[in-house]
Write a protein that binds this ligand. Structure first.
Ligand SMILES: [Zn+2]
Length: 143
């Protein structure tokens, strides 16, 4: 239901900020680390904008890929690599034993990636998130 809260705040912000002016398009930047389901978000925007007399507004969701940077050696990598690193770490340390079987943690939260991974080059954990956490209205087209 997180998507609905996000959609609601976008629709509220737009309708408050632009009052009587006719809005044609709204660009929204969303980082992939937000863990939002884009299809659910699109549906929520459609339904909520209809209720707020913004039914003809076109919402453009711009997905920002996550990139990480090591503060120690300067190495940069993306989400695909991060998931690979995480998988390796999880196999070593974080699998929990459940009825004779080894199971990975059941609830995967993208935001956790940041705290768990290590630099693929030097192995340090001083990692900066360069992008992937965005959640902003980046542009509005009015008539
Ligand atoms: Zn490094």
């Amino acid at each position: 239901m997180h998507e609905w809260a996000v959609a609601e705040s976008i629709v509220n912000t737009i309708s408050k900020s632009f009052g009587e002016r006719k809005i044609l398009e709204v660009n929204v930047k969303i980082g992939e680390l937000r863990g939002l389901n884009f299809e659910v978000l699109k549906d929520a925007l459609k339904i909520l904008s209809k209720e707020s007399n913004l039914e003809n507004v076109k919402f453009n969701l711009l997905i920002c890929k996550a990139t990480f940077k090591c503060l120690n050696c300067g190495e940069e990598w993306n989400m695909r690599k991060a998931l690979k690193i995480l998988k390796e770490i999880l196999q070593e340390d974080y699998y929990v034993e459940e009825e004779d079987e080894l199971e990975p943690p059941t609830h995967f939260i993208p935001g956790l990636i940041v705290g768990l991974q290590r630099c693929p080059r030097c192995g340090r954990m001083d990692i900066d998130v360069r992008s992937g956490r965005e959640l902003e209205i980046s542009g509005v087209v009015v008539e």
